[in-house]
Design a protein. Sequence first.
Length: 107
Amino acid sequence: MVHHYESIVPQRVYMGNGTILEAIGKVNIKATMQVGSKMLFTTITHVFKVPKMKNSLISVNKFILEGLKVEFDKDGYKVNNVHGIIVAKTRREKNLYLFDVNVRMEM
């Protein structure tokens, strides 16, 4: 569910393959993900709305700027809060780190 939508002056978003897309807004979204046997519910803030993007991406730098700690290993990475509790976990497939997350958005 989107809690807040803000239109922005269009901003370039650079993809790893050299493609440049355009962000037209920022949203806060509710997300649900499974970490081990637990279901975690979180809000991800200031997410760019990029209409031409087929899949959702999140920057590791976004986690760091939010005060979280990111730890990589050969299988993926985990995100810990300031208390050391895992709040997100990914799996690695080839050169991508993938979240299994359900996002609820309403505009």
